[in-house]
Design a protein around this ligand. Structure first.
Ligand code: SAM
Length: 286
């Protein structure tokens, strides 16, 4: 009996609409690092394809090389916003890493007890707003009848998520993450079944674009607490160090810096000291 020769299939990465070479990926890696400080490792190549392919279709370009050429051209400057928005990871939810919220409440109550009547919190990678709304709720609950003037500055690099935050409209399944009783107290149910943050919350929060990697932040005041959670993981150590150094003068002397569960800044011990549970305070000066 004649044996059939083995079938040799050509090596196909997967059925891609556009060619995406390693050289294209490398150019994209460099651009997003320069623009947003985001370090993409090679395992993210498929993710990058998936996130940018819509831009290539929309702009009717021939492929990834043409897209990067366009970004680097004078006419492509305006595309940078879409490029960055597409490559940021915006996962967030109400009261994420919930152990931080009682610590914040305790800190704010202490400030109020010592005579403070203005409390300010900076949420430095606010994504679609669930985190700054959680902070505003915590501050209102902590202030109670004292009704101190509480302000939350919510910043992010991605302009599309800032827009979601400003509107403050969330689906019922997102709202379900709120502690019991908070949905009705702080959100209005809309006719379409979604929920919108009440004006009392929305008026406390200012949403503003801020790139953590840039050195000239338009933030000139000091905060009682800074939340910078689950964004530094995308930065390399030098970038993280630069951000922490710029945070230091913007945090009040007794202020607290809250970071994400997998972020550790032992290398910035000249500026911040770990107080515990991913909460930092100013380093003691010798
Ligand atoms: C994974 S989300 C974390 C959101 C929220 N802090 C939390 O912990 O749930 C990371 C956010 O960081 C933002 N981001 C990424 N690079 C940034 C940069 N260079 N400056 C400011 N925000 C940035 C992204 O747009 C995204 O909304």
């Amino acid at each position: 009996m004649n044996k059939l020769p083995p079938v040799v299939l050509p090596k196909i990465e997967f059925n891609r609409e556009f060619a995406f070479s390693d050289a294209d990926f490398e150019r994209i890696r460099k651009l997003i690092y320069k623009e947003a400080g985001i370090s993409l490792n090679p395992s993210k190549k498929d993710m990058v394809y998936g996130r940018l392919v819509r831009r290539i279709r929309e702009l009717k370009l021939a492929g990834f090389a043409a897209y990067v050429d366009f970004l680097e051209s004078i006419g492509g400057k305006r595309e940078f916003e879409q490029f960055v928005n597409a490559l940021t990871t915006n996962l967030t939810f109400f009261f994420r890493e919930e152990h931080h919220f009682p610590l914040l409440a305790e800190h704010l109550k202490k400030k109020l007890a010592s005579g403070a009547n203005e409390l300010s919190i900076w949420c430095a990678a606010s994504s679609t707003g669930e985190e700054p709304y959680s902070l505003a709720i915590t501050a209102l609950e902590a202030a109670g009848p004292a009704r101190a003037n509480v302000t939350v500055l919510a910043t992010d690099l991605d302009t599309s998520v800032l827009e979601v935050g400003r509107k403050g409209i969330y689906s019922a399944d997102k709202i379900a993450r709120l502690p019991p009783g908070h949905a009705n107290k702080y959100f209005d149910k809309l006719p379409d079944g979604n929920y919108q943050a009440k004006a009392v919350l929305r008026n406390m929060i200012t949403f503003q674009r801020l790139n953590l990697v840039e050195t000239n932040w338009a933030v000139k005041r000091q905060f009682d607490a800074i939340f910078c959670r689950n964004v530094m993981i995308y930065f390399d150590r030098d970038t993280q160090f630069g951000v922490l150094k710029r945070f230091a003068p913007l945090l009040k002397p007794d202020g607290l810096l809250f970071v994400g569960h997998s972020e550790n800044f032992y290398f910035a011990s000249d500026y911040f000291h770990l107080r515990g549970k991913t909460v930092y305070e100013h380093a003691k000066k010798a």
